[in-house]
Design a protein around this ligand. Structure first.
Ligand code: PMP
Length: 434
């Protein structure tokens, strides 16, 4: 009832990052099923029991084994790996878990420098800089690149870390309709010349920010229309023939992107983030960005994990495992997506994207979908407001190269049954007439 939503007006007004969890509980309450009464509906990792990858979990309540269809472990590197793990253990012995120092004051190891050079080479940029956390890479870098007097033009569905960085920068922020280059152009024209012939440059700097694969939509960005700050958290390592992300997949020269951002928490099975850009931009960030100057540098074993994972992807481990993983994630993703579509689900996103949102719409369906999947030993992530608009709740499947065909078929069978139960096959397949 609209009257039920009265107390929730601030949510609709965009105070979404405030007490997220509590607001979420109250929204669920509005729809008559408070989360608190559905404790068995959410999955949590108690223990990994498979050593090949983190595709399986213990379930919180009943501790049964689950197939994990929710992890960002796109290439299966978040597990014991014959090339990465021995090197990570070696680096732990040599450097310990933390440098206990900022980069510029004793927190730099050979590994940090090696990874910066490797990332730059991998994404096709002259230089790179590392950060301890992907989230911070966006939220701290954007203010270091643009401030008061500057203009940020941001896709309406950009990740919260970008929104936070843009808001904190002091620059003027304008949002364009998601993945809509025509609207981006309108916004740019309006902001540059106010519709009049251009007589002066009104902004000190203009930055356009997009994501490679939208984390809640699974869609690829419309990159060929030209953008400048690209968040590749979900795409680097995961798409493109040699894992180099959306530029490679969409045939765009990385030279056309000024700032390439990515995280190590997904395809590389580690933690931290990076910015790759021109030598001048990286020099500027190294000398001005507080998150570089004042934060303890990345944990050396985490750095070593990324170095090793990239070397496997590049085939520099002396095998073709990397190429096989890349072919496998593409095959797994495209198989799973097309099977879901055939079953009548509304699946967002593009081919080759391992991120697959299945639309639930009504938030009241979230606990039901999640609980029923868990009961049948499949763990999925469900997402809703404020990560998505209020009435666009969804389950988000993330496919890994290390899911076997058997895993995928089991996942599909369970999702199909639960889809019938919860009533989310919005495109029922027409029965052949006999
Ligand atoms: N950017 C995007 C698009 C993301 O989806 C995420 C997190 N999933 C981040 C940045 C933050 O990365 P991290 O989790 O590595 O801190």
């Amino acid at each position: 009832k609209p009257s039920n939503l009265k107390g929730y007006a601030p949510i609709c007004l965009g105070l979404e990052d405030f007490y997220t969890r509590r607001l979420y509980l109250r929204i669920q309450d509005c729809f008559g099923r408070p989360i608190a009464s559905a404790p068995d509906a959410w999955f949590d990792v108690v223990e990994r029991y498979s050593n090949d990858c983190n595709k399986t979990l213990h379930r919180t309540q009943k501790t049964s084994k689950c197939l994990n269809l929710g992890s960002y472990n796109y290439l299966g590197f978040a597990a014991a790996d014959e090339y990465c793990t021995p090197r990570v253990i070696e680096s732990l012995k040599k450097y310990s878990a933390s440098t206990c120092s900022v980069r510029v004051d004793g927190g730099n190891t050979k590994l940090h420098t090696e990874l910066e050079e490797l990332v730059a080479r991998f994404v096709g940029k002259p230089a790179a800089i590392l950060f301890g956390m992907g989230y911070v890479t966006n939220s701290a870098i954007i203010p270091a690149l643009v401030g008061k007097g500057g203009l940020i033009i941001s896709d309406s569905l950009n990740h919260n870390s970008i929104v936070n960085g843009a808001r904190g920068s002091g620059a003027t922020v304008r949002v364009f309709q998601h993945n809509n280059p025509a609207h981006l152009e309108d916004v740019l024209r309006e902001q540059i010349a106010g519709g009049q012939p251009r007589t002066h440059r009104p902004w000190k700097k203009i930055i356009v920010i997009v994501e490679g694969i939208y984390s809640m939509e699974g869609e690829l960005c419309k990159l060929p229309e030209a953008y400048t700050y690209l968040d590749e958290a979900h795409s680097i390592g995961a798409v493109g023939k040699t894992g180099r992300g959306v530029c490679e997949l969409l045939g765009v020269d990385p030279d056309g992107i000024d700032i390439m951002m990515g995280t190590f928490t997904k395809s590389f099975g580690s933690c931290g983030g990076y910015i790759a850009a021109s030598k001048e931009i990286i020099h500027h960030l190294k000398h001005t960005c507080p998150a570089h100057i004042y934060a303890t540098s990345m944990s050396p074993p985490a750095v070593q994990q990324v170095i090793s994972a990239i070397k496997v992807i590049l085939g520099e481990d002396g095998t073709n495992r990397g190429a096989k993983k890349l072919a496998q994630i593409r095959e797994n993703s495209n198989f799973f997506r097309s099977e879901l579509q055939k079953m009548g689900f509304e699946v967002l996103g593009d081919n080759d994207s391992p991120v697959m949102p299945i639309m639930l719409y009504n938030p009241a369906k979230i606990p039901a979908f999640s609980r029923e999947c868990l009961r049948q030993n499949v763990a999925v992530v469900t997402v809703a407001f404020p990560a998505t608009p209020l009435l666009l709740a969804r389950a988000r499947i993330c496919i890994s190269a290390s899911h076997s065909r058997e895993d995928l078929i089991k996942g599909l069978e369970v999702i199909s049954k639960v889809g019938d139960l919860v009533g989310i096959k919005y495109f029922p397949v027409e029965q052949e007439k006999t």
